[in-house]
Write a protein that binds this ligand. Structure first.
Ligand code: P6P
Length: 339
């Protein structure tokens, strides 16, 4: 009715990208803005497909396995195809690394200056249970003079120019950074637009929830440092009204990281005696999430306590152990990691 105030001045992702470009890089060519718009198209299409999949029962084993051996679900394949076509169609992506593709993809016909690393539908093993899954992405600008090769992506995480994820839950939530803070958007399916809903998101160091998020089913294989650390969280905490931490583990990285960004705490998938290099992949899981957490004032380190973004992968599907979350929580972990 006429009394309910309608916000007629919405900040859509499209508008936000243009305003950020004008604010941060007035001399920019606008290529990154075009790329971010191609990314948001892919997220809208994947969100729509996941919703439809529930109805037309696309879910179910597809019978093939992807480059990392997980059972591939139909939506993994469709999500990957949607993403590949959106990046090719953007015209300015030259190199693509996808979790679903064993090898690097070079778009010969594109004259673009960007390389994108992505996990089209991370956590898809949870799809049948209705658990939120997501698309995780990281963007590198091609190195000067490069026409697109593996050298453009086997680089330090510090060189990523943009990163984020879209989580497909009750709504589609996009968390994005282009290096100047972290902003959250929610897809309005009626408008077909991502709307700015979490401007300048920052982790609240003082009053965040005491949550730890790790798969305790692996604790037999953990190092003694990590066993000691997690055991310490289960004791009553003086700075938590003498209560131990709460355990929250969804098993879908995007959902676990989204909760960590909104509530604080720590998430980890450490390397252990079973997975000596951890499970999560550097280029399209660890780097993007580490960049998001740091932009929100948090931290992300590997099993040796080294900053994730300082790592340089030698292979495109390389894995790393990772801990990320509120600065004070990661610093507490670091006191248990013996150099
Ligand atoms: P586990 C999902 O398969 C995934 O790649 C991440 O999304 C998630 O954090 C992790 O693996 C869960 O692994 O071994 O705890 O089931």
């Amino acid at each position: 009715d006429s009394k309910t105030p309608i916000d007629t001045d919405l900040i859509t992702l499209t508008r936000f990208i243009i305003e950020e470009q004008q604010r941060l890089a007035p001399e920019a060519t606008g290529e990154l803005s075009l790329l971010l718009n191609a990314l948001q198209y892919a997220f809208k299409f994947i969100a729509h497909t996941i919703r439809r999949a529930e109805l037309v029962n696309l879910i179910g084993l597809y019978g093939q396995t992807n480059s990392t051996g997980d059972d591939q679900k139909k939506l993994d394949v469709i999500g990957d195809e949607i993403f590949i076509n959106a990046m090719k169609g953007s015209g300015n992506v030259k190199v693509l690394v996808s979790e679903e593709q064993e090898d690097l993809i070079i778009f010969e016909g594109n004259s673009g200056n960007y390389a994108v690393c992505c996990d089209p539908i991370d956590g898809s093993s949870n799809l049948d249970a209705g658990v939120s899954v997501g698309t995780i992405f990281g963007v590198y600008k091609l190195q000067p003079g490069s026409t697109g090769s593996i050298k453009d992506v086997l680089r330090s995480g510090n060189e990523m120019v943009a990163a984020g994820y879209t989580m497909y839950g009750a709504s589609a939530h996009l968390m994005l950074t282009t290096g100047s803070g972290l902003n959250g958007f929610t897809l309005d399916t009626n408008l077909g637009e991502f709307i700015l809903t979490h401007p300048h998101l920052k982790l609240d160091d003082s009053s965040h929830k005491k949550i730890y998020s790790v798969n305790e089913g692996n604790s037999h294989y953990w190092s003694d440092d990590i066993k000691e650390y997690i055991a310490s969280l289960k004791q009553p905490q003086a700075d938590n009204h003498d209560k131990p931490y709460s355990a929250r583990y969804i098993g879908s990285m995007v959902a676990d990281v989204h909760r960590t960004l909104l509530y604080g705490g720590i998430f980890g998938y450490p390397a252990d005696s079973k997975s000596k290099t951890g499970k999560l992949r550097v280029l399209y899981e660890c780097f993007p999430m580490a960049l998001l957490l740091e932009q929100a004032g948090g931290m992300a380190v590997n099993d040796k306590g080294e900053r994730i973004l300082d790592l340089t992968p030698k292979k495109i599907h390389e894995r790393s152990g990772i801990w990320l979350g509120s600065k004070d929580e990661v610093e507490k972990l670091l006191t248990f990691i013996k150099k």
